[in-house]
Design a protein around this ligand. Structure first.
Ligand SMILES: Nc1ncnc2c1ncn2[C@@H]1O[C@H](COP(=O)(O)OP(=O)(O)OP(=O)(O)O)[C@@H](O)[C@H]1O
Ligand SMILES: [Zn+2]
Length: 680
């Protein structure tokens, strides 16, 4: 018997690697159950009176831990091929950059079934996969002729060698998907063992793309990775990628941490989308990690969008990313829709709809075409109020309102999930006449039903698609043409290729114009361009309507709307970047946000005040602590502290020192750090 020390990363907030003793049979070939373990393997160990799965990140002959304190590891998962050095480096980079212990990044990045104590699930999955193999026939089927711009882009991406980031800036409906698929075909032809990672921002976009990929490459093994897989499926798909069997992996942001030993190309579709940012726990940007991963592996990466993020646009302007452009819609004779502003001051809306929008809807109904109404607010009304005493339905646990959900007869807080029946009378004065204020998708649906009793109306939002599979069913109904008017939130706004849609109505985007968040205008612009881009994606039929987008607004002179009317991303983005430069904001400045939570706001602020003073570092601006805009959620008060620097490396140095100092502070305040925050 021989003995070694396993250096193990565990999923705990303690920023450390733990030593365990392990005995194995000396000389046995690697791979056997008794072999010497390898870095990148998983091991079961005792920790704090529990048994937990850890990741071997190092091997040693001796430990500094006194022998009587050193514990034995319980098992090593020899049946699983070790995670590669590159994968460990990726997890290590993410841990460093986002200031988290390695174990807290690496272990949650693995499927749950790998981390359970028994090996049943793992053994079963490995056995199942043993029979499956990619057919090695990577011949693409039904490749459409690309237009010259698409061809240039596909050839550039497909032919790129080494680290080569490209920004594929193509207007909505310009056929970016086709560019990805043909670039993939080139890579698969050149690298028969190679793997490709394709990411989409939202789970609802996976089925459409999965269908396209399977139809194009029937012989290629495809694995999907997203949050609605069962644990069994996730394990199977993850393993198919890890063992190099899956050639194409399609997934949402969590797929960025999948193990892909033969990765040769990364595709990030809709790269501007905020959903690439994880908003809890390890708050990483999957897009940024993808770029790092491509750099590390020296492989090409393409970021695609009709409305690139300002960060990526900035890189493309500065020459760090190759800019590839698609200026026209791919389907011949499909043109970008005419965008018109409807002045709500002149054309007063009834039930939220101006007469211009009603007329446009009516025309589509008569012609058997589809319309989409976009309203980014679910529920029936954002609040109910008592007209006699002024009571409003605010949430008792949050700085927000209880939203009226009429079909379910409930009031619901969208932040803490508090629920109650709709009160019969005002809780303060007893008045029975409680009125909904404002309008959500449910109320729009009700109004439309009254207006167009014969119309087939479908609402798609988080409430209507709670059941597994129901979102896909809803989108299929639209694609089959069984819907006349579709009402939806941002769920319907992006990526979908609805072929029969000729009208998009945007109900009330004005509120976002006056947000305090400096990113609000970038986001609103992207959202409007994306949703507008759902109209007119097929050629206009004879006697059919030209594609049209109506934006209802009270601010018809606003430059943001003019840019949308003119489909003018370039100028708008360039102007926004200039503003950011003048104001000293990202991407010209790097930020991190320290958040603190406590029962009392004062406690949170007090903690941030201490944090503010505990490390001094030249070139770093530490702002005053302030309450968060949504101060209270679920009876917890929240405050934040913004840290800024024009130098990313300098900020990173500071954060490292700062986190060490904060970890040693004794406090009951719950705190967390976000690097490159999106919402401030
Ligand atoms: N070369 C081509 N010839 C004919 N049709 C094409 C070609 N390329 C793409 N298309 C079609 O054009 C439509 C739009 O393509 P796609 O959905 O890829 O656009 P997109 O650029 O991803 O748009 P968005 O940014 O709005 O998601 C699809 O129906 C696709 O089949
Ligand atoms: Zn609440």
């Amino acid at each position: 018997m021989a003995q070694c020390i396993l250096k193990i990363a565990l999923d705990t907030p303690l920023n450390a690697v733990f030593d365990y003793r392990w005995q194995y049979q000396d000389g046995e070939d690697s791979g056997g159950q008794g072999a010497r373990p390898q870095v990148g393997q998983l091991a079961l160990v005792p920790f704090a009176r529990r048994e937990v799965m850890g990741l071997i990140v190092g091997l040693a002959e001796h430990s500094d831990v006194p022998a009587e304190k050193l514990k034995d590891a319980l098992a090593v998962r020899h049946q699983l091929a070790p995670l590669s050095a590159q994968w460990l480096a990726l997890a290590g980079f993410a841990a460093d950059y986002y200031q988290r212990p390695l174990g807290e990044v690496a272990l949650p990045g693995l499927p749950k079934n790998l981390r359970v104590l028994t090996t049943v699930a793992l053994d079963r999955a490995i056995k199942k996969l043993g029979k499956l193999e990619d057919s090695h026939d990577h011949t693409p089927l039904n490749m459409p002729q690309l237009n010259p711009e698409q061809q240039t882009a596909a050839d550039f991406i497909g032919g790129a060698q080494g680290y080569q980031p490209a920004l594929l800036y193509g207007v909505t409906g310009s056929g970016k998907t086709e560019v990805y698929l043909q670039a993939c075909a080139q890579v698969l032809a050149r690298e028969p063992q190679g793997q490709i990672l394709i990411m989409v921002p939202e789970i609802n976009l996976t089925p459409q793309l999965e269908g396209n990929i399977r139809a194009r490459f029937p012989g290629v093994m495809l694995a999907t990775l997203h949050s609605s897989l069962s644990e069994g499926e996730r394990m199977l798909h993850w393993l198919a990628a890890h063992q190099g069997q899956a050639r194409i992996v399609l997934g949402t942001r969590l797929a960025i941490l999948s193990s892909l030993p033969k990765l040769k190309l990364i595709v990030i579709d809709e790269e501007h989308d905020p959903s690439y940012k994880q908003q809890e726990g390890l708050r990483y940007s999957a897009r940024d990690l993808a770029v790092w991963r491509a750099w590390q592996l020296k492989i090409p990466i393409v970021l695609g969008s009709a409305t690139p993020s300002l960060e990526s646009w900035h890189h493309a302007q500065g020459g760090r990313y190759k800019l590839l452009e698609l200026r026209e819609r791919a389907v011949k004779a499909a043109v970008l829709p005419a965008v018109k502003l409807v002045d709500m001051e002149r054309d007063k809306p009834r039930d939220g709809l101006t007469s211009a929008l009603v007329a446009a809807l009516k025309l589509r109904m008569e012609r058997g075409e589809q319309s989409l109404l976009f309203l980014n607010r679910r529920g029936y009304a954002p609040v109910i109020c008592c007209e006699s005493c002024g009571w409003i339905s605010d949430c008792t646990r949050c700085t927000s309102f209880m939203v009226l959900h009429k079909p379910e007869h409930r009031l619901r807080c969208h932040h803490c999930s508090l629920e109650m029946r709709i009160p019969h009378h005002c809780p303060t004065c007893g008045n029975v006449d409680l009125q909904p204020v404002g309008r959500g998708t449910q109320r729009v649906e009700e109004g439309l039903q009254a207006l167009f009793p014969e119309a087939r109306i479908l609402r798609i939002d988080a409430d209507s698609t709670r059941k597994k599979g129901s979102a896909q069913e809803a989108f299929d109904t639209v694609h089959r043409g069984e819907v006349d008017i579709l009402i939806g939130t941002q769920m319907v706004a992006k990526g979908h290729d609805f072929k029969k849609l000729t009208l998009v109505g945007i109900m009330n985007p004005d509120t976002a114009l006056f947000s305090q968040d400096y990113r609000a205008s970038e986001r609103l612009f992207a959202q409007l361009m994306q949703v507008a881009g759902r109209a007119g994606r097929a050629a206009q039929t004879e006697g059919g309507s030209a594609a049209e987008v109506l934006i209802q607004t009270r601010y018809t002179q606003h430059p943001l709307y003019s840019a949308v009317v003119n489909h003018d991303y370039d100028h708008f983005a360039t102007a926004l970047l200039e503003e950011r430069k003048q104001a000293g904001l990202p991407p010209y400045l790097f930020q991190a946000l320290l958040r603190a939570e406590a029962a009392e706001l004062a406690t949170a602020i007090e903690f941030l005040d201490i944090a503010r003073g505990c490390v001094l570092h030249p070139g770093i601006t530490i702002n005053d602590p302030i309450p968060m805009t949504m101060t209270r959620i679920h009876n917890v008060d929240r405050a934040q502290l913004l840290v800024e620097s024009p130098s990313r490396p300098n900020l990173q140095l500071f954060l490292k020192e700062w986190m060490d100092a904060l970890r040693s502070l004794k406090t009951r305040v719950k705190w967390s750090l976000e690097v490159d925050p999106l919402d401030i």
